[in-house]
Structures are given as structure tokens and as C-alpha cells.
Design a protein around this ligand. Structure first.
Ligand code: KG4
Ligand code: ZN
Length: 347
């Protein structure tokens, strides 16, 4: 590439409960970012129902892709490559996007690039932060994953810490359900916490033996459930806002503590956050303050680019495209794909 050529990527994301498509030019220029959320229907069941997610993806994917192309002012004739999330996620949901991407790429004889969903979340940081380049440390906090990742280069990831049990977003969702806030828990806990006292209940900040960067949230979740049961048995009415605020602060303290420890040990100059929980204002404010204290730069995507979207998949695919990475027609959904499995050496 001579640097003047534009690379237009059509990206598709269907790993969980959002059907999404986006057109990305040269990795960081979002021409369209269409997200069709299924939250309304899953809310009725208190969480994502995999079979319903797959069916809804099938119903909506054609229209979402057409809308992404239309909004970008393009047709498939303008597209240079098709990108798609192929894992991790719900297998039936992933398969819809993968089959669709393969069909379009095959029909139009375009390169096909499979993207790791977590890599997508990390790459969301490049979109609005034009100056951000590797290396940097990234805290990935979503509904299914909690990782501390050393981003050594484009497409090169070293996972240095991970959760031993529940993901941060999962803990938000479970605690929200326990205090009667419903699904999805993260935004509801954040809203309730604004009216509560974060020091009202002393919930534990778990330290994990073995790896200083690992996380554990199941003990915190149990502590909240025990507290709720205790109140019930003693006939004490719980203050939902106080529980939400105290729980949120406990999660944030652990996330910030481990992230800053990693920054110090790796002497990172930049810290980024990614994933659905990264849209949490309390977490953002705490990390921002800690970064200021350490004299390092803090990066984060806008809330809409923190939760699931296809723009981030297009960005990750662009750097894979530049590195010469292409997938074959045998690309398949990999529900438990690990970050790093798809890392290719730069050409
Ligand atoms: O990244 P994401 O959209 O999907 C996954 O890849 O998992 O993350 C969804 C998770 C859910 O657990 C949701 O409760 C949480 O992110 N979340 C939040 C907030 N917004 C979404 N957690 C805390 N505060 C928020 N504002
Ligand atoms: Zn996600």
C-alpha cells in the first residue's frame, strides 16, 4: 500500500445480543455504525436467551448490513474486505454473522477477516483517539471477560491478568438482579448508585493469590447476597441505592488497583479501558484520577463504542488487513476463542 489508497471495510458483529454492521475507512474513520439491540426481548427473561439471540440475528442482519452500506453512501462494489467477529461469544449467535460474512465475501470475491471480539473492544480505543498507538496497557471489562492486556503492537496482545471466576459485567448483572433492578444490570446499578452512599456497606476487595493482576468477583457477589439475606432475616429494609453504590465502589477499587499495579510494573505510559463496563462513569472517573496521579495518559472510547458494536471489529480488521491476514472459507465460530490465538506476526 502506498498510503494514499483507501481501505473500506464492512464489519459484522453478532456475538451476543446486538446485531451490528459498520463501514470503516482506513481503520479509524467510522462512516456508519448500525446497532440493532435485542435488549427489550431478553429483558423479559432476565438475561440473554441464546436461541432467541440467534433467531433475532437472522431476522435483522440483512437489514442492518444494508443500512450500514446506505448510511456510508456505499455499495458492496466499494468494499475492499469483509470483517466478522468469529469468537468468543454464543455459538449460534456468532454463526449467523460468520455465515453472512462468508456468503458476501464469496459472492463478491472479497478478502475475509475473522476478528476476536475482545480484540475488537480494545481496538475501539483507536477510533476517537487518533494519537493512540501501541504499546499501551488495556483493562478489558465486559459481560463475559475481565482482562488486563499488554498491547505490545497492532494485533499483538499479552494477557497478563484475568478473572478467576465472574467477569466484572457479570457481577453487575447478578447483583442488579438480586436487588431487583433487572437486566442489563450495569447501567441500572450505575444509575441507582448515583443516589447512594458508597461507604454505607463494607463489601470486600478481593486479592487473588498467585498472580497479582488476576481478579475475582464471586466473593464480592456472595458478600452482597449474604448482606441482602441478613437484612431480610433481621427484618431490615435494604437501601438499594446504598447497596448499588457500595458494590460499584468495591468493583471499581479492585479494577483500578490491579490496572495501576500493572502500569507501574510494566512502566506503561498509557492506559486504555474497553468493554461494556468501561462506559461506567464511576470507573472512568477513578481511573482518570489514578492516571493523573501516575502522570500517564488515559484513553477510553465513547460509551456507544464501549458496548458491542461492529465499528470496533472493522478497526481491528484493518490492522489485520495491513498485516496481510486473510481467512479462508473454512472460517468457523469459536465460542471460547482466546485473545492471542489470532495474533499474527507483522509482515
Ligand atoms: O462489552 P459488552 O457490551 O458485551 C460483552 O462483550 O460482554 O458488555 C456488556 C456488559 C454487561 O454485563 C453490562 O451490564 C455491562 O457491560 N455494562 C455496564 C455498564 N454498561 C454496560 N456495567 C457497569 N456500568 C455501566 N454503565
Ligand atoms: Zn462485548
Amino acid at each position: 500500500m502506498d498510503g494514499t489508497q483507501e481501505v473500506n471495510i464492512l464489519a459484522i458483529e453478532s456475538s451476543c445480543d446486538e446485531t451490528a454492521a459498520a463501514v470503516i475507512v482506513n481503520g479509524r474513520d467510522v462512516r456508519s455504525n448500525i446497532i440493532s439491540s435485542q435488549i427489550d426481548i431478553h429483558t423479559l427473561y432476565g438475561g440473554v436467551v441464546p436461541e432467541i439471540a440467534s433467531r433475532k440475528h437472522i431476522e435483522r442482519i440483512n437489514q442492518v448490513i444494508a443500512q450500514a452500506l446506505y448510511t456510508a453512501g456505499m455499495t458492496l462494489a466499494d468494499i475492499d474486505a469483509i470483517a466478522v467477529t468469529y469468537g468468543p461469544g454464543l455459538v449460534g449467535a456468532l454463526l449467523v454473522g460468520v455465515a453472512q460474512a462468508k456468503a458476501i465475501a464469496f459472492a463478491k470475491q472479497l478478502p475475509l477477516i475473522g476478528v476476536n471480539h475482545i480484540e475488537g473492544h480494545i481496538n475501539a480505543n483507536y477510533i476517537e483517539n487518533r494519537d493512540l498507538e501501541p504499546p499501551f496497557m488495556c483493562l478489558v471489562v465486559s459481560g463475559g471477560h475481565t482482562h488486563l492486556v499488554n498491547v505490545a503492537d497492532y494485533g499483538v496482545y499479552e494477557v497478563i491478568g484475568r478473572t478467576r471466576d465472574d467477569a466484572a459485567g457479570e457481577a453487575f448483572d447478578k447483583v442488579a438482579r438480586a436487588i431487583g433492578l433487572g437486566y442489563p444490570g450495569g447501567p441500572k446499578i450505575e444509575k441507582a448508585a448515583r443516589l447512594g452512599n458508597a461507604d454505607a456497606v463494607a463489601f470486600p476487595r478481593a486479592k487473588v493469590g498467585g498472580n497479582a493482576y488476576d481478579f475475582s468477583f464471586s466473593g464480592l457477589k456472595s458478600a452482597v447476597l449474604n448482606y441482602l439475606n441478613g437484612c431480610k432475616m433481621k427484618g431490615i429494609t435494604i437501601n438499594r441505592e446504598d447497596v448499588a453504590a457500595s458494590f460499584q465502589k468495591a468493583v471499581v477499587d479492585v479494577l483500578v488497583g490491579n490496572a495501576m499495579h500493572a502500569v507501574e510494573q510494566y512502566q506503561a505510559q498509557k492506559l486504555a479501558i474497553a468493554g461494556g463496563v468501561a462506559s461506567n462513569a464511576c470507573l472512568r472517573a477513578s481511573i482518570e484520577a489514578a492516571c493523573k496521579e501516575h502522570g500517564i495518559r488515559f484513553y477510553h472510547p465513547s460509551p456507544i463504542l464501549c458496548t458491542d458494536n461492529a465499528a470496533m471489529i472493522g478497526t481491528a480488521a484493518y490492522y489485520a488487513y495491513l498485516a496481510g491476514r486473510r481467512d479462508g472459507w473454512n472460517l468457523n465460530a469459536v465460542p471460547n476463542l482466546k485473545l492471542g490465538d489470532e495474533t499474527r506476526m507483522k509482515t
